[in-house]
Write a protein that binds this ligand. Sequence first.
Ligand code: HEM
Length: 446
Amino acid sequence: MGGVASLPLASGYVPLLGHAPALVRDPLRFVASLPARGDLVRLRLGPRTVVMVCDPDLLRHVLVHDDTFDKGGPLFERLRDVLGNGLGTCPHSLHRRQRRLCRPAFDGERFPGYAAVMADLADETLNSWREGRVIDVQAELTTLTARVALATMFSASLPAPVTRDMLRDLGDIMGGLVRQVITPAPLARVPTPSARRYRRARVRLRGSVEAIIAERRRDGSDHRDLLGSLMAARDLETAPPDGRVLSDEELTDQVVTFFVTGADPIASTLAFALALLARAPGVERRLHEEVDRVRARGPVTFERLPSLELAGRVITETLRLYPPGWLFTRTLTSDGEIGAVRLPAGTMLAYSPYLIHRRPGLFEAPDEFRPDRWQDPRAPLDAYLPFGAGARMCIGERFARTEAVLALAEITARWRLLPVTDRPLRCALSTTLRPADPRMRLVERR
Ligand code: HEM
């Protein structure tokens, strides 16, 4: 059995900086090139060694054994500055209790209500669009998905200035986060204007959430929204004093987590779906037929979403080609092994759904947009990981799919969005993947 040093080194290594230049220059091309080197590939990022897991079976092993392969590495260290020990960033030792307490907020019975809020807010956004105008799709949809997040978390509508502040703080956090993650720790403390905005937004967002929670405690009534279910959750497996309920600090961590991690990827998914449809007229035409047929029989409610079969496949395929969360890290908490390789405690691992989804030999024509591949029962579901896997898999998957399918149906029923250039679709890296050129022209369908 070999150790980390026996693993193949990724190409593009330069002394001192390691693979950082290759990663920064063209991150997606770099990660997509790794499987050609092996199933486990060694990268050097400055002084750190990172093992990229390029094989879906080995990756499942890592994701399922989350006690040994725990959340860690620079991504989660920086995310903890914002999200505290919320569900996505907490270590394994705190995770199961938190997940049990958060689960009721994502129970099926909540979804008809969530979907109604999603449909109303999508309608408001679409009513503000005007024929012929060029919009920044990513920005429009991020505002929509962030407003949906606020409205589902805090049903009693927030005062307009609070909503405005929270949306602005979210923008500043998302803008600053990616810089914080890629900047080495000592430099990240340099008070550049962007770093200052980021820090201010972090403190203010937590303050807004704390104030909402304090107000709820005072008012004492039962709100049937996401915060209401978090506050009502009782953990029957942990007796006091470990806390049967989430403390105010834990509640703040969870709410900030859902807000910061939930809105942006749904917007990116929709922006990519619209960009892909604009380049696939055959699929777009069939989608129009489907949404027209379904909407002719009444508004699209949660119960009627399954009839939007093609819309569902378009979202599934978009998430395969452009998984918004494209890179995650893990750290070994004790000595462990993957396949035939021994890894000492402290080893850092990384995985990329983008890399797995595009790896040759798993999906046929992996770079092509083919929503109908998902009708084939032989589609390799084991290699489909836009929401991760194992106990740390995304808790918001159903929420995200519901909102994405619903919004896609509402948008495509009323508007066609045309690209403003004929250049191929390219990605920009922010905290999540997003289209490099998010501008599209609005054309009313009728
Ligand atoms: C298209 C939309 C979304 C995508 C692609 C996505 C993707 C992911 C991925 C890949 C993970 C696992 C990360 C890892 O392995 O380290 C994750 C975890 C998580 N996601 Fe999402 N997510 C989406 C939407 C949402 C939404 C809407 C929410 C909240 C309402 C949310 C909340 C979370 C949380 C709390 C975790 C951590 C779960 C845990 O550790 O138990 N996500 N997400």
